[in-house]
Design a protein around this ligand. Structure first.
Ligand SMILES: O=C[C@H](O)[C@H](O)[C@H](O)COP(=O)(O)O
Length: 272
């Protein structure tokens, strides 16, 4: 009995050092307050809430990205729709995003009915100083790139671990490349010969064999050469020319704004 009371008190103590992450200000906007123990999840949430509050307006079409940070953006979209009566149409970038939109009671759109978006909000695996992104850690790069290309602006939401000067500084899993299954070996060989480094076929975790994307393709993760200075725009274009390559996780010249949630509850910004 004494032991469980002690455990309950220590859980309460640890929670109370962290709960004041969000407060509602007088004008009902949310902001992050600083606490001693901001977690990575708190940092993601701060960035996501700020982006949604600053970029999403009434009567607009919003692209909903994929991954763990986007979950917070969808929470905030749902909160604002409820509180402010915003009229939004949400276009998903993956099966995960589609489920999030439906679960939160948001209006689901698609590119057939909504080919023009006002803004796309998405996470990233890494963002460099020039706003070149690596995306596709969750295998959703193809639809993410298509949706972002249909939006007036692409806004990135991320925690501080995604913020880099140079690609590869933070994200060590390589650049994801979505490929037609039959072509993965010749594509792997061509990229290794032309640009160096090595490519690995991404394997599934709770399934035997490779990861199969929402589009029925495979993913190659390219560990490029750290010491080399790559022109990512040129590299992206060259890889896209290889038959069988469906798309790359290199997003060059697409994102206009990035929000990075920090350890101390602040959010830093970068613009293209
Ligand atoms: O395929 C996944 C997407 O590109 C994600 O946006 C990216 O992996 C970042 O995800 P997270 O917010 O979970 O770090």
């Amino acid at each position: 009995m004494e032991r469980s009371t002690h455990m309950f008190r220590s859980v309460l103590r640890s929670l109370s050092s962290r709960v004041t992450v969000f407060q509602r200000s007088a004008n009902s906007a949310f902001f992050c307050s600083r606490t001693a123990a901001m977690s990575l999840e708190d940092a993601k949430r701060c960035a996501a809430y700020k982006a949604v509050d600053e970029y999403v307006k009434d009567n607009t079409v919003v692209g909903v990205g994929s991954g763990s940070t986007v979950v917070y953006a969808v929470h905030r979209l749902a909160e604002r729709v409820k509180a402010e009566g915003l009229k939004l149409v949400c276009v998903p970038t993956s099966f995960q995003a589609r489920q999030l939109i439906i679960e939160h009671g948001l209006v689901l759109g698609d590119l057939e009915c909504n080919p023009h978006l006002d803004c796309a909000i998405d996470g990233a695996d890494e963002v460099d100083a020039k706003m070149v992104l690596i995306k596709g850690g969750g295998g959703c790069l193809l639809q993410e790139k298509i949706v972002a290309a249909c939006a007036d602006r692409m806004v990135v939401i991320a925690d501080y671990t995604k913020d880099s000067i140079k690609l590869g500084q933070q994200y060590r899993k390589g650049i994801p490349i979505e490929v037609a299954p039959m072509a993965y070996v010749p594509i792997r060989n061509k990229i290794e010969t032309q640009f160096g480094g090595s490519l690995k076929l991404r394997m599934a975790v709770a399934k035997a064999g490779p990861v199969v994307t929402d589009n029925g393709n495979f993913i190659l993760d390219w560990s490029f050469v750290d010491e080399k200075e790559y022109d990512w725009d040129a590299v992206n274009r060259a890889i896209m020319m290889i038959p069988g390559v469906v798309d790359t996780g290199l997003f060059v010249g697409m994102a206009t704004k990035a929000y990075f949630g920090q350890k101390d509850g602040t959010v830093t910004e970068r613009s293209a």
